[in-house]
Design a protein around this ligand. Structure first.
Ligand code: UT7
Length: 327
């Protein structure tokens, strides 16, 4: 049995915040953000929208795309760093109830911006071992709730959104999730993290506006890490499957910064047009960025049955990895 991606869906909040609007909040400009990141806007969740709300809508669209019912799902994996509640219950359980997936186990997966890539490999393990027939993988993020809106070096980079995929067991036909490469580098955990609010440094007296509970990032360090691991992931996966870059229709990278992708393309000698990007509209939606991209690509006809793609994630942990998939 081979794990096949049989459905894709996405949902982003309606509200779109332009760079000019962000410039009314922090000392920045459309020119700086575009030239340093390629980002032009981001979608922002409504006050009453949390990760489960976005995730449930993306999930329903993915189930429809796969042509199956929520009752067919054995396992829900939800990748997020911005759960509805800190730690418990899992956001996956809230989605399970919302969509009526009565036969499914449900759990969250924390690998930050690599969450969807880690999730695809986890889903594949369940499906190919026979432990599950149908896995619903969701990436859902509401970073607007955890960024420091007084820190211009981070708040301009992120957006909210969700994407989902259905992974099912099917007879092998040379398609499916063919190979994955997952790695971590915990020694750099503090280059992208939330210093307070966990068991290491609990918030005192319910202080929810403590600056240390917001996201902190050493941008330069993460940038250098991202460029080097992108090349490592591409090279490793191509070698494992004995392919060349010409065999890949699209690389679908985590949408963090266009300069990271340009630098990796230069360093790896990879044509820039192999990389699909949509960060101009959506900015960095962490674990949701790859499925949002896949959904857009599928709906616009860029990918279809038989397309070979490589997904690439990198982010807090630090974590990184990729999947080689023939649809
Ligand atoms: O999912 C993974 C998530 N992480 C990432 O994608 C982050 C990777 N890192 C990056 O993308 C880049 O490092 C950034 C976009 C975060 C920063 O770009 P940079 O070219 O490395 O800028 P910098 O941090 O070296 O800052 C250059 C200048 C500084 O001013 P001074 O000290 O030179 O006067 C910053 O204060 O740019 C200033 N700056 C800004 N100016 C206007 C930083 N953020 C802004 C801003 N608007 N939003």
């Amino acid at each position: 049995m081979q794990a096949q991606v049989t459905g894709i869906g996405a949902y982003v909040p309606e509200r779109r915040m332009s760079n000019d609007e962000i410039a009314t909040i922090v000392d920045t400009s459309d020119e700086w953000i575009r030239s340093h990141t390629g980002i032009g806007s981001r979608h922002i969740a409504a006050d009453d929208e949390a990760a489960s709300d976005l995730g449930a809508r993306a999930a329903e669209r993915a189930l429809t795309d796969a042509g199956i019912s929520a009752l067919d799902v054995d396992m829900i994996l939800l990748a997020t760093s911005t759960p509805d509640y800190p730690g418990l219950p899992s956001t996956a359980c809230i989605v399970q109830d919302r969509i009526g997936a009565e036969n499914a186990a449900a759990m969250d997966l924390v690998a930050a911006c690599s969450g969807f890539v880690y999730g695809l490999e986890t889903a594949r393990a369940y499906v190919e071992s026979g432990l599950a027939k149908t896995v619903l993988l969701i990436g859902s993020e509401v970073y607007s709730r955890i960024v420091n809106w007084k820190d211009r070096s981070t708040c301009v980079l992120f957006g909210d959104g969700a994407g989902a995929a259905v992974i099912q067991a099917q007879e092998s036909t040379g398609t499916g999730i063919r190979a994955s490469y997952l790695r971590s580098r915990g020694s750099d955990a503090k280059s992208l993290y939330r210093p307070a609010g966990g068991s290491r440094t609990p918030l005192a007296d319910g202080d929810t506006t403590d600056e240390r509970s917001f996201l902190y990032m050493d941008g330069r360090r993460v940038y250098n890490f991202a460029v080097s691991v992108l090349v490592e992931i591409i090279t490793t996966l191509l070698e494992r499957e004995q392919l060349t870059i010409d065999d890949i229709d699209y690389i679908v990278p985590h949408q963090a910064n266009i300069r990271i992708l340009d630098a990796a393309a230069r360093r790896g000698g990879i044509p820039k047009d192999k990389f699909f990007t949509n960060l101009e509209e959506f900015a960095n939606t962490s674990a949701a960025s790859i499925p949002i991209a896949l959904d857009q690509m599928k709906r616009s006809g860029l990918i279809s049955s038989g397309s070979t793609i490589m997904t690439i994630g990198f982010g807090s942990g630090l974590t990184f990895g990729g999947n080689l998939i023939t649809l």
